[in-house]
Design a protein around this ligand. Structure first.
Ligand code: NAD
Length: 420
């Protein structure tokens, strides 16, 4: 790959370019920005795991805490063969900005392990998760750093983290991790939260653009936690989902796909391929297919300088973290695309993770309707604040979201005694 393109698709660079720009617009004191720019702490662990065939493997894992200025660090655990420290750094700082943007009292963290869960048994994944958690005992904790699910990690993995942490401190600590099963202190509504949040901000965007939900065609990339829940909820609310994909391919039907039937089919077969009533399509082609809303909800760097000019959607709603490069931002701005940036669009997940943490610490659990109402309130408020900020400062929605977030974290630093 050409060096310039490699730079473009480095998630840490993508994060830095946007936050540097936001900081300049804010005229933030240079010293404050020096503090906020770099992650606070980066831990690298090499985790020995006994494999099912008796051999020993060493896996490398990371935990990056970008900021603990507004509260405990909070962020996902990702299992991926391609995970890098720069990716974890970017994800950790996006979490700092996201939590500040939706005004919840967390800083940002992220981490994970370089591994390929598709090639590992459940027992191997459990041993890996427990050992990774044990290595991080000093840095995790309900008051320090609270992991949650991300790519290739789910509520079972969160349950193993909770159990391992609890074994070490010799009492049950449910609030050390979020995205747990309900029976272990999980929250109603957490599984759907990121997808529900996407739907709420899409509803808000339609109001702004005076578009009608029943005639709005949506393409979603990814059918994991975020993509599948967004698809099911939006289908239920009347959006027409015309395209959807996973890493092994996608489907398109200009008249809309029956997502309930697709969900049943996917649960039975573990693939989208072969589903009747839709034509099979390449995931990359779906990004540039005809639609009104495009929701990338898979991995980073899907919308780059190489394809941004071919996007046809009116609204880009970023379910994934970092799906769009900074170079693509400029192209989308020229096309006057309405962008709902990742740190706003997918913040429903961490918002309900915060509700889960609160419930665990209180030992008092909310009804699903209460969780969803509070989530709706948070998403609508944050959406309005970002759009107002963008109008007032004459910047894009993305830079407005960064400015608002950076300003809030910087303000906390000042209150805590950093006199800059
Ligand atoms: P997941 O592992 O549950 O699902 C990922 C999905 O993406 C899978 O369906 C996979 O097949 C698909 N995928 C991977 N590469 C693809 C490609 N090239 N084309 C099409 N599909 C592809 O992960 P998730 O939890 O749904 O997370 C997805 C994204 O959302 C990530 O960027 C994550 O950081 C972000 N996110 C997740 C949450 C959450 O609550 N889980 C919250 C905020 C943001």
């Amino acid at each position: 790959m050409a060096t310039a393109y490699l730079e473009e698709v480095n998630p840490w660079q993508a994060q830095v370019l946007r936050s540097d720009l936001a900081t300049k617009k804010l005229k933030l004191h240079e010293g404050l920005w020096k503090i906020l720019r770099e992650p606070n702490r980066e831990v690298i662990v090499h985790v020995p795991v006994q494999m099912d065939d008796g051999t020993l493997e060493i896996f490398t894992g990371f935990r990056v805490q970008h900021s603990i200025d507004r509260g405990p660090a909070k962020g996902g655990i990702r299992y991926s063969p391609n995970l890098t420290l720069d990716e974890a750094r970017a994800l950790a700082s996006w979490m700092t900005w996201k939590c500040a943007l939706v005004n919840i009292p967390f800083g940002g963290a992220a981490g994970g392990v370089i591994c390929d869960p598709d090639k590992m048994s459940k027992r191997e994944l459990e041993r890996l998760t427990r050992r990774y958690t044990a290595e991080l005992m000093e840095v995790l904790g309900p008051e320090k750093d609270v992991p949650g699910p991300d790519i290739n990690t789910d509520e079972q993995i969160m349950a193993w983290i909770m159990d391992t942490y609890s074994m070490h401190v010799r009492h049950t600590v449910t609030a050390v991790v979020t995205g747990k099963p309900l029976e272990l202190g999980g929250s109603h509504g957490r599984t759907e939260a990121t997808g529900r949040g996407l739907m709420i901000v899409c509803d808000e965007a339609l109001k702004r653009l005076r578009m009608d939900r029943d005639h709005t065609r949506v393409i979603i990339q990814g059918f994991g936690n975020v993509g599948s829940n967004a698809a099911r909820l939006m289908h239920g609310r009347g959006y027409k989902i015309v395209g959807i994909s996973t890493s092994t391919g996608g489907l398109y039907n200009k008249n809309g796909i029956d997502i309930d039937a697709l969900w049943m089919y996917y649960k039975r077969t573990n693939t989208l391929m072969g589903f009747p009533d839709a034509v099979e399509s390449d995931s990359a082609e779906l990004l540039v297919a005809d639609c009104d809303i495009l929701i990338p909800a898979a991995v980073e760097n899907q919308i780059t300088s190489r394809n941004a000019d071919r996007l046809k959607a009116k609204i880009l709603c970023e379910g994934a973290n970092g799906p769009t490069t900074a170079e693509a931002d400029d192209i989308l701005a020229d096309k006057r695309m309405f962008v709902i940036p990742d740190i706003l669009a997918n913040s429903g997940g961490v918002t309900v993770s915060y509700f889960e943490w609160v419930q665990d610490r209180q030992g008092y659990f909310w009804l699903e309707s209460e969780v969803n109402d509070q989530l709706e309130h948070t998403m609508r408020t944050s959406f309005t604040e970002v759009l107002q900020y963008a109008e007032t400062h004459d910047v894009s929605n993305r830079i407005a979201a960064y400015m608002l977030a950076v300003d809030r974290v910087a303000y906390t630093l000042r209150l805590r005694g950093i006199y800059a």
